[in-house]
Ligand binder design. Structure first.
Ligand code: 4AZ
Length: 298
């Protein structure tokens, strides 16, 4: 069917410039109760640079590339806020973080970090999915405040979400030579149009209300035949049993309080203290370690 030129023009004129896709191709989240565990990572002056998800009151999971090279205390974690122009919700600072041994860059995998918070955030944590979750065709939801188009520098102050299906590992590997099925999965549409983008990194990919992935990398955003690549969370975190007995809490208290996940043994480095965590992470960076708190001097 051919439309008269004048009708095409009218339709184009009626389409506001900002109806261009968001997250890319997503929709705003309009009820904070839908995603109470989503957090924004911002600078201390409030500039959002990544997302994350609460695993427990003082524990956030995000991408390694979101935190590496930053002082933990320079990361502000914002919970309970959909619109970053408001001061709704609760903020706290990072206290320490842990990376997986051997993390280098997102495209080489292991792009996951556990960020411990200075103060607890009063929001429901996100449970971790079971290892079988990454079945090709499974549709998950990705959340973020990132760009709404690859070259869009005006990113949204509103949290957006998009539904994207998981691809078979073979298809991911056919697209990305660096694809590593142990550390990653990929999700998207052959025609593009819906995807995570810059500054969505670290944000959760959720299947049936459980954390299955973390926004990590990809070639551009929402391009045809270039799915987004996500960290395969189940390689690094194990779901915590739903029935929490007192012994469970005791067993997990050393690393984190009442978390919804258990760190898979041997995956994460294990600094014993906040001070050691800062030291190990700082040693990954070019900058010389700086003391952020008096207690670090010891
Ligand atoms: C980024 O640079 C980035 N389309 C995040 C996600 C994707 C690409 C790039 C996936 O933070």
């Amino acid at each position: 069917m051919r439309l008269p030129a004048v009708l095409v023009l009218l339709v184009l004129m009626a389409t506001p410039a900002h109806s261009t896709p968001r997250i890319v191709g997503g929709v705003p989240v309009d009820d904070v109760a839908e995603a109470p565990w989503v957090v924004a990572l911002t600078t201390t002056s409030g500039a959002q640079f990544c997302g994350g998800a609460l695993l427990g009151p003082t524990q956030v999971v995000t991408a390694a590339h979101c935190v590496q090279g930053r002082e933990p205390a320079s990361i502000t974690v914002v919970g309970g806020r959909l619109d970053l122009r408001t001061d709704v919700g609760v903020t706290t600072a990072g206290a320490s973080y842990r990376l997986v041994d051997g993390y280098v860059t997102p495209s080489r995998g292991k792009d996951i970090a556990l960020l411990t918070l200075a103060e607890p955030l009063p929001y429901q944590p996100l449970p971790v999915a079971d290892p079988g979750v990454h079945m090709p065709g499974t549709v998950g939801v990705v959340y973020g405040w990132g760009r709404q188009a690859e070259h869009d520098t005006n990113k949204s102050p509103l949290l957006h979400k998009a539904f994207v299906p998981i691809w078979a590992d073979g298809q991911c590997a056919a697209t990305y030579a660096r694809y590593d099925a142990q550390s990653m999965f990929c999700a998207g549409y052959p025609d593009g149009g819906i995807d995570a983008c810059i500054d969505d990194s670290g944000g959760p990919y959720v299947v049936n209300g459980r954390l299955a992935g973390i926004v990590s990398w990809g070639i551009g955003c929402a391009r045809p035949n270039a799915p987004g690549v996500y960290t395969r969370v189940t390689t690094y975190l194990t779901p915590k049993p739903q029935t929490t007995s007192p012994t469970d809490i005791v067993r997990n208290t050393a690393a984190h309080t009442a978390s919804s996940a258990v760190v898979t043994p041997g995956r994460f480095n294990r600094p014993a203290t906040r001070e050691a965590a800062s030291t190990i992470i700082n040693s990954h960076t070019a900058a010389s370690p700086r003391n952020t708190t008096a207690s670090m001097a010891s």
